[in-house]
Design a protein around this ligand. Structure first.
Ligand code: PMV
Length: 352
């Protein structure tokens, strides 16, 4: 039996999230948490998708996807589940539309160390690994750039305005600079960072909102768009400042000037607050890290909204105070993860 395993890293945006959606520069890195998709055959036709070990809200989904004719799909596991796995469904639909795949039953198992909806690129990772595994399984000739482009198309289809950052990092690993929507890979030194993640929704929040949270990035990107339209002349300056900030951060990183790098993270955080993507719980994580001696701290990825439970992640450059900062983050209710930057990109293995 042919079995394909594709594994990809999580990403952390160091500088420029949100601003990159409008063509400004952003710098991102792969981090050492991975997601894998294992594809094998199944007797029945159609796709059986099993999502295991996604470290979020203790949620596990088991989804039956059976194809009935070309257009009709029957999902046996239910409204919320199919929203939460929008990226998997869209990926399968996209591949079937664009390539010669299908015709035999497929078992698809996703195992992840990447918290969902935490700004760590779990959706892009899911798309890249699913595309790579299915293309390999169905012997579709491809290269990394083809996989990256496919995954970016799927992300855009689900989320609207997706930049190429996440899919580039999942595919290539290392560091990438996105400039004018072009992706450039950069050879930069490894950094030790802390990611602080708020993954639990408050008890006071309506439990049916968890499915919406899986599409949090889309909601937040739309909220930023609306604000930008209301305050266009002011936002123009903020967006230009963010672009310049990424350029200076890159120089600081190349020089290993960590004090400047940290200070620029703090400024970037302020700009993200200005565009409305810093909920109270993430703001608190950044403040606690800063007062515990971090060189810099900021929201990373889409950020969050108080109305969506304030879930999301922060990135901390700890300097000498790693342990103290981790305790401070944990006391504020976050999961504190030690991460290393520059992780390897997509790996595809075949077992027979
Ligand atoms: O939170 P994430 O991992 O979905 O990252 C979103 C990053 C944004 O810049 C807000 C959107 C994008 O497509 O780049």
């Amino acid at each position: 039996m042919k079995i394909i395993r594709a594994s990809v890293p999580a990403k952390a945006i160091l500088f420029g999230e949100h601003f990159v959606v409008y063509g400004k520069r952003a710098l991102a890195t792969a981090i050492n948490r991975r997601l894998e998709v294992v594809v094998s055959s199944r007797e029945k036709s159609g796709y059986h998708v099993k999502i295991a070990n996604i470290p979020t809200f203790g949620l596990q989904l088991n989804l039956e996807h059976e194809k009935v004719g070309r257009e009709a799909y029957l999902y046996k596991d239910y409204d919320n589940a199919s929203k939460a796995i929008a990226y998997v469904k869209k990926t399968i639909d996209y591949l079937e539309e664009n390539y010669e795949i299908g015709g035999k039953g497929v078992e698809l198992e996703i195992n992840s160390e990447i918290p969902l909806s935490a700004g760590l690129g779990s959706s892009a990772a899911t798309c890249v690994a699913t595309i790579a595994a299915l293309k390999e399984y169905f012997d579709v000739a491809t290269d990394l750039e083809g996989i990256r482009k496919d995954a970016h198309s799927v992300e855009k289809a689900v989320q609207g305005n997706a930049s190429p950052v996440d899919t580039a990092i999942s595919t290539y690993g290392g560091y990438v600079l996105v400039e004018d929507a072009e992706v450039k890979r950069l050879p930069l030194a490894e950094l030790d960072l802390i990611v602080g993640t708020i993954g639990s929704i408050p008890l006071s929040m309506d439990i049916t909102k968890t499915a919406e949270i899986s599409l949090k990035t889309k909601t937040i990107v739309e909220a930023v768009k609306a604000r930008r339209e209301s305050f266009s002349s002011i936002f123009g300056h903020i967006f230009d400042a963010a672009d310049e900030l990424t350029a200076q951060a890159l120089i600081a990183l190349e020089r290993k000037d960590f004090a400047t790098l940290g200070a620029l993270m703090n400024v970037n955080h302020g700009l993200l607050d200005a565009i409305g993507v810093v909920p109270r719980r993430l703001s608190e994580l950044v403040k606690r890290s800063q007062e515990s001696g971090a060189l810099g701290a900021k929201v990373t990825g889409a950020g969050g909204l108080d109305a969506m439970g304030g879930v999301g992640s922060v990135l901390v450059l700890p300097g000498e105070q790693k342990d103290r900062i981790k305790v401070a983050l944990e006391m504020a209710g976050a999961l504190a993860l030690d991460v290393k930057t520059g992780e390897t990109g997509l790996k595809v293995e075949q077992f027979v």
